[in-house]
Design a protein around this ligand. Structure first.
Ligand SMILES: [Zn+2]
Length: 332
């Protein structure tokens, strides 16, 4: 199947389908709700029901735009599309995130979107897929990235919060607005730790709750009432944080926390290297388990990771796309 890598997304001309096109188009698959994937007012949008919900929450409709036609695709369900069969499978990234299996003629192509192999703190767990051709991300595609398993991350988050509160210090967690933020709040709530949540994170909590994840005991962040609580804020808010009369200690929960200079870059005292992206070993496992004859690496350390794959005997390429985020800190 012909695959065209463009700055705004990936295009499959034989079946007239875009993958994660960030600019308006006739029809695109949306892998998940992060803003660098779920954007643009498209004619038609295909995604899991949760992803389409996040997409609608983020969608700004201009004067001349009407709401896109939406095709929800549940996990493990299939739909026919211009002679191809499309099936969604979990990606262990944020809630609702999906890989897309495209079966066309005798070829199986898998587009992972953002993915990891481990079970997420809250969300669906990956199902590794076999295919002929794999298009995979490589946000953490260097061997220096070794990230925590789920249970170790939960222990680190809870231990840090309890230790701070016992010391009379306010624990502050930096999380992204969608995904990491809700996952940290979920972990703290499950541990019975009172938690105050920044509005940018709080607005997505109801979607997680509707999918069955517990959030008992959180409340909206109020600078005048932070005593005895853990705070969960977005990165842009951490530098302007106000708390009521107490010292704060900041934890940075991110794959980027694995870097040697993470403490300086983040301003955090506690580094918890956990991500909703695969680390290097998980990426290698995903490629190996796929059995793919051809691998295309997109996003992140594309050329270095493709080179590593080639040295291990895989047929791998890093298609040139303007705007790739190689070595640039992005959501991770
Ligand atoms: Zn993402």
């Amino acid at each position: 199947m012909e695959v065209l890598f463009r700055e705004s997304g990936i295009y499959l001309p034989e079946i007239d389908l875009w993958l994660d096109n960030t600019e308006p188009c006739a029809c695109t698959w949306i892998s998940h709700g992060h803003s660098d994937h779920a954007r643009g007012c498209h004619g038609k949008a295909i995604g899991t029901p949760v992803t389409l919900r996040f997409y609608r929450m983020r969608l700004w409709l201009g004067e001349n735009n009407t709401e896109p036609v939406q095709h929800p695709l549940e996990f493990s369900e299939s739909m026919d599309w211009n002679g191809a069969r499309l099936t969604a499978f979990p990606a262990s990234h944020i809630l609702g995130a999906a890989q897309l299996l495209i079966q066309y003629k005798n070829e199986r192509l898998v587009y992972t979107g953002d993915i990891k192999l481990r079970r997420p703190l809250a969300g669906e767990t990956t199902q590794p897929l076999q295919c002929d051709r794999l298009i995979i991300e490589s946000t953490f595609g260097l061997p220096i990235y070794k990230l925590l398993e789920r249970d170790a991350a939960v222990s680190a988050i809870v231990h840090f919060a309890r230790e701070c509160l016992a010391d009379g210090v306010t624990p502050v967690f930096i999380g992204y607005a969608l995904g990491r933020g809700q996952e940290i709040v979920h972990v703290l709530c499950e541990a019975g730790i009172p938690t105050a949540v920044h509005g940018a994170i709080a607005k997505f909590i109801p979607v997680y709750e509707e999918c069955g994840y517990g959030f008992n005991g959180w409340e909206p962040y109020d600078a005048r009432a932070t005593e005895g609580k853990a705070l969960v804020v977005v990165p842009s808010h951490s530098s302007t944080l106000e708390v009521s009369g107490k010292a704060v200690r900041i934890a940075y929960v991110s794959g980027w926390a694995a870097l040697d200079n993470a403490r300086t870059r983040s301003g955090a005292e506690e580094l918890i290297p956990y991500s909703d992206h695969a680390d290097f070993d998980e990426l290698l496992s995903l490629v190996t388990l796929s059995g793919a004859k051809d691998v295309d690496v997109v996003h992140g350390y594309t050329e270095p990771f493709a080179h590593i794959l080639r040295t291990r005997g895989f047929s791998a390429a890093a298609p040139q796309r303007a705007g790739d985020r190689t070595s640039v800190e992005a959501e991770g």
